[in-house]
Design a protein around this ligand. Structure first.
Ligand SMILES: [Zn+2]
Length: 391
């Protein structure tokens, strides 16, 4: 017999989840608690499985946790999901209640409401279903790993284990009435610049500096508006060169520099144009910077899609169901498009269009992160409506 639920079960569950360390690829302690909580509530042993996302990704200690309940009424399967990992800044967080908020007692850590808030919404919904036995269609609960390092769990999720859900809902964000129907796409850039080493004091003219090549390219990209926020007649996007590594000594002309960056846009064609502009600028710069013998450097430029952009419309059935659930929860639906990637990007790419809701997160990925409890409770109401409400 499952134990009785306390009136404030969702919030006490959230506090319990926030205490567990679980950065990306090290999610096992969190998944253990999620599973135990569900089993304690009466989840049958054969109702859950883990997939092999971490094996496909070649890193991590656990795959995604998938829990399936048969329907107690007919209807297409619905899926509720959240990611269990948190950013490294959350390690050592001590959740504290204060007024309408939960925050971390330690001023040096973030809280981890991103996305333990979403996990608590989804898990408390499952536990409540197991206690109250309302009529509901077939349901899948998906707890993903490695979201914060590039949506890895959702990317490698085992589609065959999900039970072919028709309507998918993700909880990860701030406002519980926000209905995120689209998100940007992200391209990863690797730029390796090969110059030519020489003694920087006695023969600098014989060298080709990889740093100078990078500088020339970056100056041009900055001048032409292809770095940072990009706004052109043909499109909008962003780019960033976030990691620059190279050089071993001040008295050597640097012969190798490695740069890692990204380019984002909601429009795949425009994102490709940003990538092309960056590539062309580095190749031009490599030709421009020469040594006394006329030798130039060389650029190896590679890129890969981290996740593709998606855009649902108000007429998509999953959006219509999201809107109806928010209204039944007594809230005003607020359609939104995100400039960050979400597990929903990969779910949608896998053929499972996914709407994302908030769950009270504020100031995520910073030491002032906190979680707004009234919004979290409203997200629980929305989730309940999604799980049990009319289709
Ligand atoms: Zn998140």
């Amino acid at each position: 017999m499952p134990r009785k639920l306390l009136g404030d079960y969702p919030v006490s569950l959230l506090l319990k989840l926030l205490e567990i360390p679980g950065s990306s690829s090290r999610e096992k302690p969190v998944l253990d608690v999620i599973l135990q909580e569900a089993l304690d509530a009466g989840l049958p042993q054969d109702a859950y499985c883990f997939d092999q996302a971490h094996v496909k990704a070649k890193h991590g200690e656990c795959g995604n946790l998938i829990i399936k309940l048969p329907g107690t009424r007919r209807g297409p399967r619905r899926l509720l999901m959240a990611h269990v990992d948190t950013v490294p800044l959350c390690l050592g967080a001590i959740p504290q209640l204060g007024g309408d908020y939960i925050f971390s007692e330690s001023p040096r850590t973030a809280l981890g409401g991103d996305d333990r808030g979403g996990v608590a919404v989804v898990l408390s919904t499952l536990v409540r279903l197991l206690h109250e036995h309302p009529a509901h269609p077939p349901l899948t609960f998906l707890f993903t790993v490695q979201e914060e390092i590039g949506l890895v769990g959702a990317r490698y999720v085992s589609r065959g284990k999900l039970g072919q859900p028709k309507y998918c809902f993700n909880f990860d964000g701030g406002l519980p009435n926000a209905i995120v129907m689209g998100a940007t796409g992200d391209e990863h850039l690797d730029i390796v610049i090969h110059g030519k080493a020489s003694h920087a004091g006695s023969q600098p003219e014989n060298g080709v500096s990889a740093v100078t090549i990078a500088g020339v390219a970056i100056a041009e990209l900055y001048r032409e508006g292809w770095l940072g926020k990009i706004s052109k007649p043909q499109g909008e996007g962003t780019s960033n060169l976030g990691i620059v590594q190279g050089g071993a000594a001040t008295n050597v002309v640097t012969d190798l520099l490695e740069i890692r960056g990204e380019a984002r846009s909601h429009v795949p064609e425009f994102r490709a144009e940003i990538v092309e502009q960056i590539r062309a600028a580095f190749e031009r710069a490599a030709l421009l910077v020469t040594n006394v013998s006329g030798e130039s450097g060389q650029v190896d430029f590679t890129h890969r899609t981290k996740y593709e952009a998606f855009r649902l419309t108000e007429s998509d059935p999953v959006v219509a169901m999201a809107v109806a659930a928010v209204q039944r929860a007594g809230l005003e639906p607020l359609p939104k498009i995100s400039n960050g990637g979400l597990d929903a990007n990969w779910m949608t790419s896998h053929g499972m269009p996914t709407v994302t809701f908030g769950c009270g997160q504020e100031h995520i990925h910073t030491t002032s992160e906190r979680l707004h409890i009234p919004s979290f409770r409203q997200a629980c109401t929305v989730a309940w409506e999604l799980a049990t409400g009319a289709g």
